[in-house]
Ligand binder design. Structure first.
Ligand SMILES: Cc1ncc(COP(=O)(O)O)c(CNCCCC(=O)O)c1O
Length: 454
């Protein structure tokens, strides 16, 4: 831990420890039950079943302690059993688990909205609406943008990921596994080229952010026309598409164009939000103030909650009853969010994320030349990735990527992969992971890369 960050305490030993082969017998029994109970379309990254989790450790049903470098896909930044969150959940549940905010409202929803209005970029008048999933937040951000502008067209980007509902599938770029055979998809969605510095350079394109933005804007104007676009939606750092950090200048140029053309600029911070990238929100890195920001994942310590926060004039343009849903802003999830936000603030998790990222990037950059298969090391804060390629080329190596993740898992480290080409190893550790455990996991990852690449 750096000297300035508060000390962390844990309920479980923060030590990687395997006591059986993976999966162990209990996980194997659960897998058997799952085969005759759960649809095969739901996949799982690892073959073990969780029994407990705390800090950077997941304990499985066979007593194995694994290091969690996935945080349940960027969700459990405060850990999966933050004591403050657990206490808030229990306390709320003892009073009421649900009344439906559209029926009998409650303070927790209002308090979360006040916190998000204050925490998100921009000092303008804002309003917030709460939902359950990231995709639901994205769907509603687009609804608001279309109503407020009276326009239909929505611009999304190559390599984007926005969810698994019909509209968010239309916004998502990669077909397999997210979209294949699930169409037809919502109309009036247009895909534009992304700033992908590593691959832009490899393709001989000008990787400069302003040039990349100019390419996208030129296509928007030719294919749609600025006056027909309701919204641009973009992840400030693309997540499932491969932890793609656009070149500096790209986001500000798009936001400026959107403002000039009356287009709603939506930042999808479902994966980048809540300290993950070393700031409360990734947009802050270049001073971009979105008109609407979508949030979920890290918001509530693992409880299902999502939100849109945006300009009051946009969100208040919607007629009464136009936004909502049965469970949106569930009171238990709201209690968890308020507790999680307190933990993030008390533990200074944006700074902790930066420290985690610096540690990880230094280790990965140090071996890149030696192993020859790391084409790029990138990310910000504790959202770090390596793109794996065939030696001496920028050709994606998806098989090597799978092998690295499998070797890491066999040694007791849960690592997620992603990327349009399936060749990105991503690090999303809980922001409460300790340095010793992080270093141990990075050593395992280095060994896995060396062995898989040999
Ligand atoms: C930027 C961004 N927007 C929207 C979403 C969607 O959030 P939901 O809460 O999964 O609906 C995500 C979810 N990302 C992980 C999805 C994993 C999977 O389903 O295989 C995201 O990252």
């Amino acid at each position: 831990m750096t000297a300035t960050t508060p000390s962390l305490s844990y309920r479980l030993p923060q030590v990687r420890n395997l006591v059986t082969a993976l999966p162990g017998p209990e996980s194997a029994r659960l897998a058997e039950r799952r085969r005759s109970a759960v649809a095969g379309g739901v996949g799982s990254s690892v073959p073990v079943y969780a029994a407990d989790a705390d800090g950077g450790i997941i304990v499985d049903v066979d007593g194995n302690s694994l290091v969690d470098l996935g945080s349940g896909i960027a969700v459990t930044s405060v850990g999966a059993s933050d004591p403050r969150v657990a206490e808030a959940v229990a306390a709320q549940a003892q009073h009421f688990t649900h009344t439906c905010f559209m029926v009998t409202p409650y303070e927790g929803y209002v308090a979360v909205a006040e916190r998000l209005n204050a925490l998100t970029p921009g000092d303008h008048d804002k309003r917030t609406v709460l939902f359950n999933s990231g995709a639901e937040a994205v769907e509603n951000a687009i609804k608001v943008a279309r109503l407020a502008t009276g326009r239909d067209a929505v611009v999304a980007f190559d390599h984007a990921y926005h969810g698994r509902t019909n509209l968010t599938m239309a916004l998502t770029a990669k077909t397999m596994p997210y979209k294949k055979d699930f169409g037809p998809f919502a109309p009036e969605v247009y895909r534009m080229p992304m700033s992908y510095p590593y691959r832009d350079a490899a393709a001989g394109l000008d990787a400069d952010g302003k040039a990349a933005a100019a390419r996208a804007i030129s296509q928007i104007e030719k294919q749609i026309g600025g006056d027909a676009v309701a919204a641009i939606i973009i992840e400030p750092i693309q997540g499932e598409g491969g932890f793609i950090v656009p070149a500096p200048g790209f986001l500000p140029a798009l936001a400026a164009w959107a403002k000039e053309n009356g287009v709603v600029f939506i930042a999808d911070e479902v994966q980048t939000g809540f300290a993950r990238t070393g700031a409360w929100f990734a947009c802050e890195d270049e001073g971009v103030v979105p008109d609407i920001i979508t949030m979920a994942k890290g918001i509530a310590g693992g409880m299902p909650l999502s939100a849109i926060t945006g300009r009051a004039d946009l969100l208040d343009a919607v007629h009464a009853g136009g936004l909502g849903g049965t469970y949106g802003g569930n009171p238990v999830a709201c209690a968890a969010a308020l507790a999680a936000l307190d933990t993030m603030e008390d533990l200074q998790l944006p700074a902790r994320a930066r420290a985690i990222g610096e540690r990880a990037v230094a280790r990965l950059r140090a071996i890149a030349d030696e192993v020859g298969v790391i084409g790029d090391v990138r990310g910000r804060g504790a959202m770090i990735a390596i793109e794996l390629v065939h030696p001496g080329t920028s050709e994606p190596d998806a098989e090597l990527t799978k092998a690295v993740a499998a070797k890491a898992l066999a040694a007791g480290v849960v690592i997620l992969t992603c990327g349009t080409y399936g060749n990105v190893v991503r690090l999303l550790p809980p922001l409460v992971i300790g340095d010793e455990l992080l270093d141990d996991a990075l050593t395992v990852l280095e060994t896995a890369i060396r062995e898989a690449a040999a």
